[in-house]
Design a protein around this ligand. Structure first.
Ligand code: NAP
Length: 285
């Protein structure tokens, strides 16, 4: 069945592949981005795949921008079947180094943005007694990593948010929730992180510097390694699989590397279904 799908953050990277792959399958895709001047890469990818997309402006950090986009889709289609919260941004600075504004920004774009979009679509999905909200989190939502404590905290928040909604909104209203947990993806993500570091004074000459250099050096090696990073079309294929699944997982990794890194936390309940059932039994029965 063709679904009405809203995807955030489709100006670059994974968002482009998700939007195009879902359109290729025959879904009606609303591909959104905060700056429509950046739609060139998405348009080119859609043209190459011979699909058409509905492109709308949506900034996840602005409540009105989110509600306007959702209202426009509802006005045309009458429903939204799937929301894919893909917009996000990395951040590499220690807690001591990060400014209050930077800390607020990381949480806002990666967590509050997910809540804003979810809050806007939920009434429509609840009325329809169906829907699926897919949150692109990260292995960083399960495993804290050096210099990423603020980004990881935001993604951990998305994980907890997803899990909690899955415990009562799913059984009550038939709306599914899935956290998609990629390892590295070959996109501009890491370069954007380093550009952010450069734009805010570069590597600071403090006690953290040698540890950060070790981390950044290892990061380059990991990016070159074949298994730590996957192509965005491969990661997007996992997302399209989740969209197609009538009984979708609460959580899913997108590569063997991501699976292995997170296995100490996920091996006893890889898809999160056992925990979902336990929480329902303990709190709602
Ligand atoms: P990317 O190429 O940097 O794409 C990030 C997207 O988010 C861009 O379209 C960006 O738009 C958008 N965005 C940022 N702030 C936004 C806002 N306020 N409103 C709307 N859109 C906004 O990185 P990516 O790898 O495709 O990332 C996609 C998702 O995967 C993110 O949630 C990320 O955390 C997650 N992830 C990535 C990796 C990785 O290694 N790449 C690993 C694990 C998880 P602009 O072009 O306007 O900035």
């Amino acid at each position: 069945m063709s679904k009405i799908i809203l995807v955030t953050g489709t100006s670059t990277g994974l968002g482009i592949d998700i939007a195009v792959q879902l359109a290729e399958i025959g879904h009606t895709v609303y591909a959104t981005m905060r700056n429509l001047d950046k739609r060139g890469a998405l348009d080119a990818a859609a043209k190459a795949a011979n699909v058409s997309l509905n492109v709308l402006k949506l900034d996840v950090q602005k409540r009105e921008s989110v509600s306007d986009a959702v209202a426009r889709i509802i006005a045309v289609e009458g429903r939204i079947d799937v929301l894919i919260n893909n917009a996000g941004a990395g951040f590499v600075r220690t807690t001591e180094q990060a400014s209050e504004d930077e800390i607020n920004w990381v949480m806002d774009v990666n967590f509050h943005g997910v809540v804003r979009a979810t809050k806007a679509v939920l009434p429509h999905m609840r009325a329809a007694r169906s829907g699926h909200i897919i949150n692109i989190t990260s292995v960083g939502g399960l495993v804290g990593q050096p210099f990423n404590e603020l980004y990881c905290a935001a993604k951990f928040a998305v994980e907890g948010y997803t899990e909690a909604l899955a415990s009562y909104v799913t059984p009550s209203f038939g709306i599914n929730f899935t956290a998609v947990e990629p390892g590295g993806i070959r996109t501009e993500f890491a370069n954007n992180v380093m550009a952010g570091v450069a734009a805010t004074g570069g590597m600071l000459d403090d006690e953290y510097k040698p540890i950060l250099e070790k981390y950044i050096g290892g990061s380059s090696t990991r990016q070159g390694a074949s298994d730590a990073y996957q192509d965005s079309h491969e990661c997007a294929a996992v997302v399209t699989g989740v969209v197609a699944n009538p009984n979708p997982p609460v959580r899913i990794r997108t590569s063997a590397w991501a699976e292995e890194l997170t296995s100490l936390k996920t091996s006893t309940d890889p898809d999160g279904k056992k925990l979902q059932a336990l929480v329902i039994e303990r709190f709602l029965n």
